[in-house]
Design a protein around this ligand. Structure first.
Ligand SMILES: Nc1ncnc2c1ncn2[C@@H]1O[C@H](COP(=O)(O)OP(=O)(O)OP(=O)(O)O)[C@@H](O)[C@H]1O
Ligand SMILES: [Mg+2]
Length: 286
């Protein structure tokens, strides 16, 4: 399985992941995150179509699928930055219908497919909004709290951010722009974890990373999982997903094409069909 065979945090032996029927509106009591009947349409395009799954504590769910399959839209609908056309999410059994601020307070944090960082600021400074937002809630309130000193002294906040940077292996540099893409993604992970989420959603965290960056991000994912939180890991790198994830959801044209064990998913006709446009049976027919 390529270079990923040396990763420090191989996935746990979990044979299957409970998935919920797509239209079920009742959250699984044991799940940290339950997604039910999630649907998002843009005009005539159905980007996410009736997607449902549940995520136990301390687990990694790989979310795979080709370009345009709906992965980012699904993440956006879960964290609330996009309003779903239909469907619900529940965090620790509590259905959340409010926007992203409430969902962040309830325990959801995410990173972005294209990192959203102030490159002229230091990595530690980029982590600060996660810390302040975790206590206060919204960005506007965070700024107010910082200015009025409600979030602690700037020294306290920076010291906490520096501890998080060290915890997640962020290199010490003056400007975040001096970091490679992999290390920038570590900054985003540390910022997201500053909010002490229950579930961390990572949108293509390995994209553009060199092998050192991939190893560091894999290590960080293991840290998050081993602390009892759960991770939704979006990526195209199916080898890494197979290595790190306890279960996989394969999306194709917005729908769940396969859900379950990562190795079974990689071998499945659905995977073949989605990524290679063929199935074992059609190959044999040639
Ligand atoms: N704001 C939008 N308006 C209209 N269509 C959109 C919008 N955002 C996404 N789409 C469409 O929804 C579908 C899913 O897009 P999405 O970005 O979620 O896919 P993805 O699986 O994340 O792809 P990639 O692997 O390229 O990141 C695509 O057809 C895309 O063109
Ligand atoms: Mg995407």
């Amino acid at each position: 399985m390529g270079a990923s065979g040396t990763l420090p945090y191989p996935r746990k032996e979990v044979s299957s992941m409970p998935t919920t029927p797509a239209n079920r509106d009742v959250p699984d009591g044991e799940a940290l995150l339950t997604v039910s009947g999630m649907t998002k349409t843009y005009g005539g395009v159905t980007a996410v179509d009736d997607v449902g799954f549940s995520l136990p504590a301390g687990s990694v769910l790989g979310l795979v699928g080709p370009n345009g399959a709906g992965k980012t839209t699904l993440v956006d609908c879960i964290v609330g930055t996009q309003t779903a056309t239909a469907g619900t999410i529940a965090v620790e059994g509590r259905i959340l219908r409010s926007g992203p601020t409430v969902r962040a307070r309830a325990g959801l944090a995410r990173t972005f497919q294209h990192p959203q960082l102030a490159l002229d600021l230091s990595p530690v400074e980029n982590i600060v909004p996660g810390l302040v937002g975790s206590r206060i809630g919204s960005y506007a309130a965070s700024v107010r709290a910082m200015v009025r000193g409600l979030a602690g002294t700037p020294h306290d906040v920076l010291a906490q951010a520096a501890r998080l940077a060290a915890e997640y292996g962020v290199p010490e540099v003056e400007s975040t722009g001096d970091l490679g893409l992999g290390a920038q993604r570590l900054v985003e992970i540390a910022r997201a974890m500053a909010a002490r989420p229950r579930v961390l959603l990572l949108d293509e965290p390995f994209a553009g990373s060199d092998p050192d960056g991939i190893a560091a991000i894999s290590h960080a994912i293991g840290q998050v999982r081993d602390s009892g939180r759960s991770v939704v890991l979006v990526d195209h790198n199916v080898d890494l997903i197979a290595e790190l994830a306890d279960a996989v959801v394969l999306l194709a044209e917005g729908r769940v094409a396969f859900a379950g064990d990562p190795d079974e998913c990689m071998r499945s006709p659905e995977m073949q069909a989605v990524y290679f446009g063929t199935t074992p049976s059609t190959k044999e027919a040639r």
